[in-house]
Design a protein around this ligand. Structure first.
Ligand SMILES: C[S@@+](CC[C@H](N)C(=O)[O-])C[C@H]1O[C@@H](n2cnc3c(N)ncnc32)[C@H](O)[C@@H]1O
Length: 255
């Protein structure tokens, strides 16, 4: 039996790595990176920095080439399911090759493994084909990095909070909504001019950008800053909170 240790590493600042995460990293035999797209170089670089800083020399880091996802399919769920199967097969082969029986395979997961990350799902699939137990160490999410950077609360008193993606923002009521994975500044299509927006990009990294205000005032500035930063760095990760002002209850008209 092998162990898959999924360690949340925070959203970009190596100082967000917890003591529990550091202790867990030191028990790992081989680290695996399943990453994709243009961010791979930078994000792998941050992972390497974390390992250099907290574990030291001699760490084994194996890059598993990520199979491409079929983006032409009309069936998003089926395409992602198929992609996860192929990722699991690639990972199963790498783990059985690199980690001895009884050993620990480590995964440094961006933010926290529970939030819009498929590592745990893929590891569960790997365990269908080989004896493997999953253990999770929590990390600081980009949502917490965002609220801390703006020094705001996530929710208003007694109100719920909704976390969604840019793709599904149109279905949301926009009252208290965190939006992740949005390459298109979708708030420009859905939000009202007096909705508040708290936006953050590259949170916790030296490139961090923060903008806050009403959508009417700062929406255009966010879209411009996003495009310029993406062009400059070649990649971007951003997240935002939308908050609709509470309208006071109507008073009955005086008699
Ligand atoms: C695949 S999800 C991973 C989320 C991660 N598991 C977490 O706990 O935050 C990637 C999305 O997280 C957000 N994100 C992650 N790190 C970020 C950062 N440093 N700055 C801004 N947004 C970030 C962005 O919305 C990005 O599109």
């Amino acid at each position: 039996m092998r162990t898959a240790l999924l360690i949340g590493i925070g959203a970009g600042d190596p100082k967000q790595v917890t003591v529990q995460a550091i202790e867990a990293m030191r028990t790992v035999d081989v680290f695996f990176v399943l990453d994709k797209g243009a961010t791979v170089g930078t994000l792998t670089g941050i992972r390497q920095e974390i390992l250099d800083r907290y574990v030291g020399p001699g760490v084994r880091l194996v890059l598993v080439p990520d199979p491409p996802r079929d983006r032409s399919s009309a069936d998003y769920t089926a395409a992602v399911d198929d992609w996860h199967s192929r990722r699991a097969a690639a990972l199963a082969a790498a783990i059985s090759r690199e980690v001895p029986d009884g050993g620990v395979a480590g995964f440094l997961v961006w933010g926290d493994p529970s939030l819009y990350d498929s590592t745990l799902r893929v590891v569960e699939r790997v365990s269908d084909s080989m004896p493997l137990t999953a253990t999770v160490i929590p990390g600081i999410t980009s949502v917490q990095a965002l609220t801390a950077a703006h020094a705001i609360l996530l929710n208003r008193v007694g109100e719920p909070i909704h976390i969604t993606t840019g793709r599904r923002l149109a279905e949301d009521d926009g009252r208290n909504t965190v939006v992740m994975l949005d390459a298109d500044c979708t708030f420009r299509e859905t939000a009202r001019p007096n909705d508040l927006i708290y936006w953050g990009a590259y949170l916790g990294t030296p490139h961090q950008i923060l903008i806050a205000g009403t959508v009417g005032e700062v929406g255009g500035k966010i879209a411009e800053s996003r495009a310029a930063a993406r062009a400059e760095h070649g990649w971007i990760m951003d997240v935002y909170l939308l908050r609709r002002p509470v309208t006071p209850p109507r008073r009955p008209a005086p008699p």
